[in-house]
Design a binder for this molecule. Structure first.
Ligand code: 4AD
Ligand code: MG
Length: 463
């Protein structure tokens, strides 16, 4: 008999003969009847299987333990007590895969730390099922948003010879024999005989190539993995994370901020519209204010706050007794505690911070007429801090070259990027959304390691 997914069965009128396949969540029973809660990952909800003890072999039923995989055939009947409209009155049960008592997801209420050590099996729990289904839905929301707004999905390389953010936190890519590295007279490794003929790394951002796309196609977006070898062991950093980077020709700072706000609200609305069951589960089990917070973001306009005003607010707070761990004088890069103070305590809604000091931002941002600040537009979110990093790009070849020289950057790797400013340069802007940070916000999970199936962090690349 053809198998039907549980999400469909639960929406089917009782009466017919059905087949469900899935994993046992729980099994209880009396002498005369067994109740099996079966889940197949298609929904957070289980279907209840009722099996009369006299119809089923005792040895078979001993194998129906938490985690075991079953195929069940039977009649879909109206349910009285299972909390669902229907359940399966079983006529045939087959154990597809037994599951021993050493199954690591056996017990309820394990810590997230424990689950990370069993990341290969944690996907079968309710919480991770919910997070992964929401993650999928957010990816669909993102593609749908951009497609409907006339952006083209543009694929940028993962292997690169340039460092977009200029922070130097890159993983090298090489086929060299690391036990026998040839060096020049100055002691520098020779790369001319390496696979690509030069030093290459995994990309930290697709932006530079994205700009090439935008200045030809008008508006593009990327959606792919990015890699950062920063040794930050925080609940918001991964060494491998997914980033969405739209890039738009003819956008100024206002256009950019409008897009950032509209896009993020669209994603949150999509979650509320498409992930109801999973959100209700997470709201109950993980964070009782989750749905309220998601709805809150939709109602309010984001604050648009120049960095300098932000610093003034933080200084004022310090005067009034607020204690921060890190300094926040004009010119300092804001720490997450500062961002969260502004968002969670001062404004109590998301903030788009703009016009940052040159020294704390990347070379490609457009410099303001004051010569001191750049047209960055980062979006700061409650509980997360920075969720989007964006900016207007410097479109003047002369000014961009001057900034590259001032920073003593190696422009031999950037000639192709500079050509966009040489031939038909145009005003343009773009941003990068950290996909996992969006998922953190939408699921209410506290640690970024728990919103990606297999996290990559310092000291950990298992599974
Ligand atoms: O602010 P970032 O570094 O900006 C860029 O890379 C630009 N090139 C984007 C652009 O304008 N096209 O990173 C963008 C976002 C951050 O706001 C954050 O959400 C996320 O990427 N992010 C990380 N997420 C997880 N782990 C990390 N280590 C991250 N680093 C950045
Ligand atoms: Mg940033």
């Amino acid at each position: 008999m053809k198998r039907t997914k549980i999400t469909e069965l639960l929406a089917t009128q009782p009466g017919g003969e059905v087949c469900a396949k899935g994993w046992v969540r729980t099994r209880r029973g009396s002498k005369s009847v067994y109740f099996i809660a079966l889940n197949d990952g298609s929904t957070i909800k289980n279907i209840q299987v009722v099996a009369d003890a006299e119809k089923f072999d005792e040895e078979l039923m001993k194998q129906v333990t938490t985690g075991a995989c079953l195929s069940v055939e039977g009649t879909l009947v109206e349910s009285v007590g299972s909390g669902q409209a229907v359940e399966i009155q079983a006529t045939k049960i087959e154990v597809l895969g037994v599951c021993g008592a050493d199954y690591p997801m056996q017990k309820k209420g394990q810590t997230f730390e424990y689950m990370r050590q069993h990341a290969h099996m944690r996907l079968r729990t309710n919480t991770f099922g919910a997070v992964m289904r929401i993650r999928h839905n957010m990816a669909i929301a993102i593609h749908t948003y951009f497609h409907e707004h006339g952006f083209f999905y543009f694929h940028t390389p993962l292997i690169t010879a340039s460092d977009c953010e200029g922070a130097g936190n890159m993983f090298q890519v090489t086929t060299k024999n690391l036990y026998d590295l040839k060096k020049d007279e100055e002691g520098k490794i020779i790369y001319s005989d390496d696979f690509f003929g030069e030093q290459t790394s995994l990309t930290v951002s697709g932006q530079l190539e994205g700009e090439l796309g935008a200045t030809a196609l008008g508006a593009i977006y990327t959606f792919g993995p990015t890699f950062r070898a920063e040794n930050s062991n925080t609940p918001r950093h991964l060494a491998e994370f997914w980033m969405i980077e739209p890039e738009m020709a003819f956008y100024d700072k206002e256009d950019l901020m409008d897009l950032e706000e509209d896009f993020i609200k669209y994603c949150v609305r999509w979650a509320l519209d498409h992930c109801q069951d999973d959100l209700e589960f997470l709201n109950k089990m993980i964070d009782k204010t989750l749905i309220e917070r998601l709805e809150g973001v939709l109602k309010e306009e984001f604050v648009r706050l120049p960095y300098t005003e932000g610093i003034n607010i933080l200084q004022e707070a310090i005067k009034n007794g607020k204690k921060f761990e890190f300094p926040c004088e004009w010119g300092d890069d804001l720490a997450s505690e500062h961002e969260r103070y502004l968002v969670e305590e001062h404004f109590k809604r998301p903030v788009i911070m703009t016009d940052y000091p040159k020294e704390i931002k990347a070379f490609y941002m457009k410099t303001n007429p004051d010569g001191k600040t750049m047209q960055g537009t980062d979006v700061l979110f409650p509980a997360i801090g920075e969720i989007i990093g964006g900016s207007v790009r410097e479109e003047s070849l002369e000014k961009l070259q001057a900034e590259i020289d001032r920073r003593k950057m190696d422009d031999s790797k950037l000639w192709w990027y500079l050509d966009t400013r040489r031939w038909g340069s145009c005003p343009h802007a773009g941003f990068g959304l950290g996909f996992e940070r969006l998922i953190l916000f939408v699921t209410g999970m506290a640690n970024i390691r728990d919103v990606i199936p297999f996290p990559r962090t310092p000291g950990s690349a298992q599974f």
